[in-house]
Design a protein around this ligand. Sequence first.
Ligand code: NAD
Ligand code: LMR
Length: 342
Amino acid sequence: LRASFSSKAQKENNRNFNYKLQPQASYKVAVLGAAGGIGQPLALLIKMSPLVSDLHLYDIANVKGVTADISHCNTPSQVRDFTGASELANCLNGVDVVVIPAGVPRKPGMTRDDLFNINAGIVRDLVSAVADNCPGAFIQIISNPVNSTVPIAAEVLKQKGVYDPKKLFGVTTLDVVRANTFVAQRKNLKLIDVDVPVVGGHAGITILPLLSKTRPSASFTDEEVEELTVRIQNAGTEVVEAKAGAGSATLSMAYAAARFVESSLRALDGDGDVYECSFVQSDLTDLPFFASRVKLGRKGIEALIPSDLQGLTDYEQKALEALKPELKASIEKGIAFAQKQT
Ligand code: NAD
Ligand code: LMR
C-alpha cells in the first residue's frame, strides 16, 4: 500500500481523489452476497471508507474475482474473499458490521413477497451463522421482503439467545434516498439539503414518505403529495420494469446501503449526531417492527424518534392506518416461518 503512494504524482493523485493514506478507524465489515448486483458496487463503496480496516466478502460463488478486483484499489482496508458455507464462520469472526444483500431479486410482475420462499431460508441460515460467530455485530438486512426477513432474523437471534434489538436493522435507506431525490426535483430544491423521513416498511403502500416533515420545510399541493407518494412507493418497481428481467435496483441500493454502513461506523466511532431511517423493532406504533428515524450510537439504536409521527396530515394518518394490516401480515409471516423451523 505504501509503495502505491511513493511518488509525488501519486500522492497528488490520491489527494485529488480525497482518499486517506491511513484508516481513521479500524472497523471490520462483512458483506454476505458480495458477488451480486448490489454486493459488488456496495463492496467497492465500503472499500472507499476510511473507517474500515477489513472488508470480508462472502458469497456462494464468484467472490474470488470480485475480491481480487476491488483489492487493487489503493485505499487502506484489506479485502478477503470467503466462498461457501465452510468459510462463513471465518468470514464473520470479529466483524463489527454485517450487511446482507444475499438472495434473489424481483422480475417484472413479481411482488417482494414473491421472493419469500427463496430468501427467507437464505436470511435464516446467514443470520444463524452471524449469531454463532459475531453476535455483537450490527446486522443490516437488505434481502427482500425486508418486512419479513427482519422479523425472521430477530427470531433466529432469539432462538440462539443473542438477540439485541438495538443492533438489527432492515435497510430502508433507499426509500429516503429516492424521496429526497424526487422531492428536490419536483420542488426545485438544492438536493444536498433535502431530507424526507420515510416510515412504515419496505414494500408498496407500507413505504410511507412523510412529506409534511420534509426539511427544509416545503409545501405541497394535494396533487403533489399523491404523485410523490405513489412514485416513492413504486420506485423499486420502476427500476424492475426498466431492467426488464435483469433484476432490481443495484447501484442506487449500493449507494444507499453504503450510506447506512458509513453512518453506523460513525456512530460506532463515537459520533453523537447520527440519524437514519430503518426498519427495526419498535414501540412507536402497535406493530412490533416499524421503520422510522432512529438515533445511532456505539451500542446500536440509542433512540427511536417519535416526533416524525406526531402532527401528521390527514393524508399521512390515513396512509399510516392503511399500511398496518399488510405490514402486520408480513411481520407475522416471517415470525411464523422462523418459529416453524425449531
Ligand atoms: P443478485 O442476484 O444480483 O445477487 C444476490 C447474490 O446473493 C448473488 O451473488 C448470490 O450468489 C448470492 N447468494 C444467494 N444465496 C446466497 C447465500 N445462501 N449466501 C450468500 N450469498 C448468497 O441480487 P441483487 O440485485 O444483489 O439483490 C439482492 C437482494 O436485495 C434481493 O432480495 C433484492 O430484492 C434485495 N433488494 C433490497 C433493497 C432494499 O431497499 N432493501 C433494494 C434492492 C434490492
Ligand atoms: C427496491 O426498492 O428497489 C428493492 O426493494 C428491490 C425491489 O424489488 O423493488
